[in-house]
Design a protein around this ligand. Structure first.
Ligand SMILES: [Zn+2]
Length: 414
């Protein structure tokens, strides 16, 4: 036994050292591809938060909000037209209990007048455009806009039609194949091998396994995109399970498993871009500009934040995109009430933009306040007290309220 340990321990030790060495320096082993595009803000289901999902109006609105990636799902109609539709069955989106594949394009029903937003239960998107669109029309309208096309059904005809449309519009480099199932992805890849791939569910599990076993630095990665839910939205705006305990557990486990700086940085250095879906919670109706709706931001890429707080302090970050927001030292009080729950009062904050000031009657009297938002993901976070009219409230002037459900404890809390 002891002789086994005598050999095994040093071997294991050297393996760990080598693995960590190459995890941090993957370019010594791999030549990363140069990405054709680097999305910053994607529109989930073509911009489903603010307009009816996957309609031309939603996509145009997403463009106006400066999205640089459209995330779409495709289905095939009976007469062989590739349409952008999340569901194969039309009941949820149109109220018609028929499959897309059982109808010709001309027979497709209109979307309902309002649709519940997937990442934000209880919130509904509305729009004047209720028509389903062809993928071809999207390519024509936005010729150089990167698009992620998700295929949900194992339908070879659909896959081949998408592949040839992408070729026809000369957009191999800016159209991503996406699917949860590896069997479908295999067919996609065969149909158009020039399009970049994203990870399927099995491949994500394999990726995490390899990472935790220390093997990842030594294994080739054909995928170029890791598209997943930003784990921090689970149990905040996205509730995959009806049981709240299960949601909490999932949030904890996925965050712990996926939000690994060393993993994301390793992928990044190997030319794999990690994108997480997120949703800005709906702002109260009084808020001026609409927040960016279900979107995808880059998980990594700390450079996108305007300011950084010192790594040696406990700090709070945006729950949705991880931009640094405030140092724990700047916390004045934990006993405030926001519009959606508890909130903290801070002396100063970073990466935060301010809307116009307006007078509001709050629990503690009349104040002039301005809504504040995360500069990075545009989520409304709380407000700034510009002016208090009662002398007992003057101490709040120039201070910031951030609601608890928009923050995470980010550093040095253990
Ligand atoms: Zn943010």
């Amino acid at each position: 036994m002891s002789s086994v340990l005598y050999y095994a321990l040093p071997a294991l030790g050297s393996y760990a050292v080598l693995s960590i060495f190459f995890l941090r320096r993957p370019r010594l082993l791999h030549t990363p591809g140069v990405p054709a595009f680097r999305p910053r803000l994607g529109a989930h289901r073509g911009g489903s938060g603010e307009r009816l999902e996957n309609t031309m109006e939603a996509m145009e609105n997403a463009m106006a909000q400066r999205s640089d990636l459209l995330e779409l799902d495709c289905q095939l109609t009976r007469d062989g037209v590739v349409v952008v539709s999340h569901d194969e069955n039309l009941s949820r989106q149109s109220g018609v209990n028929k499959d897309v594949g059982s109808l010709d394009f001309e027979e497709l029903p209109l979307y309902k007048e309002e649709l519940e937003v997937y990442f934000s239960p209880g919130h509904f998107a509305r729009g004047s455009d209720r028509h389903m669109v062809r993928l071809e029309d999207v390519f024509q309208r936005f010729p150089r806009m990167p698009v992620s096309v998700e295929v949900k059904e194992e339908n070879e005809k659909l896959i081949h039609k998408i592949a040839s449309l992408v070729r026809h519009f000369d957009r191999n480099d800016i159209t991503i194949w996406a699917s949860e199932k590896s069997s479908i992805m295999k067919k996609c890849k065969a149909a158009n091998p020039e399009m970049p791939l994203s990870f399927t569910r099995c491949r994500v599990i394999r990726l995490l396994l390899l990472y935790y076993l220390g093997l990842l630095p030594f294994v080739p990665i054909p995928e170029r995109f890791l598209l997943c839910f930003l784990p921090t939205i689970i149990n905040r705006t996205y509730f995959p399970f009806s049981c709240s305990g299960l949601n909490k557990l999932t949030a904890m486990v996925t965050k712990w498993l996926i939000m690994r700086k060393s993993l994301i940085q390793h992928l990044e250095q190997r030319g794999v871009q990690a994108l997480g879906s997120l949703c800005s919670p709906w702002a109260a109706p009084r808020v001026g500009p609409l927040p960016l709706a279900p979107a995808m931001v880059r998980i990594s890429k700390p450079k996108t934040f305007q300011a950084y707080l010192d790594d040696c302090h406990r700090r709070y970050s945006c729950a949705h995109c991880r931009a640094h927001l405030a140092n724990h030292d700047d916390l004045i009080s934990k006993s405030f009430q926001g519009s959606q729950g508890r909130a903290y009062l801070f002396n100063s904050v970073v990466n935060v933009g301010c809307g116009p000031a307006e007078e509001r009657v709050l629990l503690t009297g009349l104040h002039a306040v301005a809504d504040i938002h995360c500069e990075n993901c545009k989520t409304t976070l709380g407000w700034k007290y510009e002016q208090a009219f009662e002398s007992s409230q003057k101490y709040k002037e120039g201070k910031y309220i951030i609601e608890l459900n928009h923050m995470i404890k980010d550093n040095g809390w253990d």
